[in-house]
Design a protein around this ligand. Sequence first.
Ligand code: ATP
Ligand code: MG
Length: 253
Amino acid sequence: MSFSIAITGKGGTGKTTAAGLIVASLLRRGLVPVLAVDADPNACLDEVLGVKAVHTVGSVREEARDKSTRNELAGIAKKEWLELKIAESLVEADGFDLIAMGRPEGPGCYCYANNVLRDVLQAIADNYPYIVIDNEAGLENLSRRIVQRVDLLVMVGDSSKRGLDTVERLFELAAEMKIEYGALAIVVNRIRHGVELARLEALKTATGADYLVTLPENDMLAEWAEEGKSLLSLPPSNDAAMHIDMFVNDAVR
Ligand SMILES: Nc1ncnc2c1ncn2[C@@H]1O[C@H](COP(=O)(O)OP(=O)(O)OP(=O)(O)O)[C@@H](O)[C@H]1O
Ligand SMILES: [Mg+2]
């Protein structure tokens, strides 16, 4: 059975960066193959991992709808066609595969694409010992249970007072929504001038988090993003990569 790691948090705080660093860390430890899931419609986990998702679950779903409208799927089992197409949209790379939800068009379609993604994940999850899911901001995806079980939930926030308050609220919301997970990690990202340790401890206590990970503001991460470079090419001696390595070492069996 695979071990699934889902990343969530406020917009722009470093979810995709954390997801990319976690995948890189799993690869370094030889915990492969990893399935990287880009479950954010404004996807860029592929770029962060140095691959390109041409077909997405959303685009396959659009194509299926167009074909149905034109009756082109008559005679072909729609389910089989979908499965084939989804398999085609899996990007294969060294040590990991990536699947992206993409951006479906039209109202109400996110929900459908989510359902398709959930079915796809159910079908292929067992091929991967580790699954890393980069989610959009908020808890929508998790509440739709795109994976059956989250073993490690990672909540990312920035190190400002407001950022930490937001993580605490997100935790409360997750509890209200009865989102289930095995262990909880809080990643406090982009620490510039230190952070109030008492506030961090209070956050850990309030959320019952199993892991508290701090990531420094890191010039190399900024530079890599600016140049569109893959986080897999970040030197393992990078400060942020080392913090994530230590975390993965503790949290992943
Ligand atoms: N520790 C860091 N040091 C420097 N830059 C960082 C750090 N963490 C993230 N960044 C940069 O901040 C930007 C936003 O990060 P990222 O895309 O990971 O956030 P996100 O939470 O996934 O955003 P979104 O909600 O849009 O998906 C990126 O350009 C990223 O490179
Ligand atoms: Mg992101």
